[in-house]
Design a protein around this ligand. Structure first.
Ligand SMILES: C[S@@+](CC[C@H](N)C(=O)[O-])C[C@H]1O[C@@H](n2cnc3c(N)ncnc32)[C@H](O)[C@@H]1O
Length: 289
């Protein structure tokens, strides 16, 4: 799948606010222990890098020195990501080394992650299939690397009033179910799991004996913030288009739902919450842990 840089830019701030800081801290502690064990450089690979938001976010929250390996099938996004991650700094202010490779995730996961300390991905795994996730978990365990997978959709969204109370519409559940079914259409390597991706990944990692932690990372969009409102309106359009594509016979009712929701959003005092989850996996036992 190809993603527009403008879409990645639109969601970047909501992503940054949503991420589960508690998992970043656990990961940073783990990587510091690796460095204390005598390692002199951390190798970190970001799968489905896009415009580099994950590396830009993580670099200053983790120890270093760092070498970021960026991977995506979109060469133009990768070029921008390389510049952006190269101008980040680790927690001690050191500039990271950055290299990039253009290719398909289906091939990359088969190569394994030998030599990597961290495998990470953000807003990615809902696009992939279960075989890919199982291979990711196997290769991770074989390499003894840590894994941080962030901002995977959990399939839920809620419209909230200014006091944070749900504001429901009789057709919310139907449109949400159609959207989630659309998410599971073939979008990446070997089909797309949509909201089932994160729970499946957790199961595979636990089966391999890894220490797995999860934390919610919902987008909380406030309609009185211009950037949040722009993202919320784009989301609404995306939900509408996907639901109609999934069930063309219900298009009229879905459009009416969209009209009601847009009118409600234009009043501008409430918000939207979109469920995501972050997953951290650490090697079970290592001599340096
Ligand atoms: C939703 S974007 C997320 C980008 C970035 N990680 C972020 O958080 O902003 C998904 C990224 O995965 C990449 N991607 C999707 N399918 C891929 C595939 N089969 N092989 C390589 N990259 C892929 C896209 O080009 C895109 O940059």
């Amino acid at each position: 799948m190809v993603f527009a840089d403008s879409w990645l830019a639109l969601r970047a701030e909501a992503d940054r606010r949503a991420r589960a800081a508690v998992l970043d801290k656990q990961l940073a502690m783990h990587l510091r222990r690796r460095l204390a064990g005598g390692q002199t450089l951390l190798n970190l690979i970001d799968l489905g890098t896009g415009s580099g938001a994950n590396g830009v976010y993580l670099a200053p929250r983790l120890p270093g020195p760092q070498h970021w390996h960026l991977f995506d099938h979109d060469a133009a996004l990768l070029a921008r990501a390389t510049t952006r991650v190269a101008s980040a700094a680790d927690e001690a202010g050191r500039t990271p080394i950055v290299s990039s490779r253009c290719g398909d995730l289906a091939d990359r996961v088969g190569e394994g992650f030998h030599g990597m300390d961290l495998v990470t991905a953000s807003a990615l795994i809902d696009l992939v299939g279960d075989r890919w996730l199982r291979l990711l978990a196997d290769q991770l365990a074989a390499a003894g690397a840590a894994l941080l997978v962030t901002l995977s959709v959990d399939g839920g969204w809620r419209f909230l009033d200014a006091g944070g109370r749900p504001v429901s519409d009789p057709d919310d559940d139907k449109v949400c179910a159609l959207f989630n079914a659309h998410q599971r259409r073939d979008k990446g390597p070997e089909g797309a799991l949509g909201a089932a991706a994160a729970p499946n990944l957790v199961r595979h990692l636990q089966t391999l004996g890894l220490v797995v932690m999860t934390a919610p990372s919902p987008w909380r969009l406030a309609l009185d913030r211009a950037d949040d409102r722009a993202l919320a309106l784009a989301l609404l359009q995306g939900w509408l288009d996907a639901a109609i594509e999934q069930s063309p016979g219900e298009a009229e009712g879905i459009r009416r739902w969209g009209g009601r929701r847009r009118a409600w959003m234009e009043v501008g005092s409430g918000g939207i919450e979109v469920g995501h989850v972050d997953v951290l996996a650490l090697p079970a036992t290592r001599s340096d842990d």
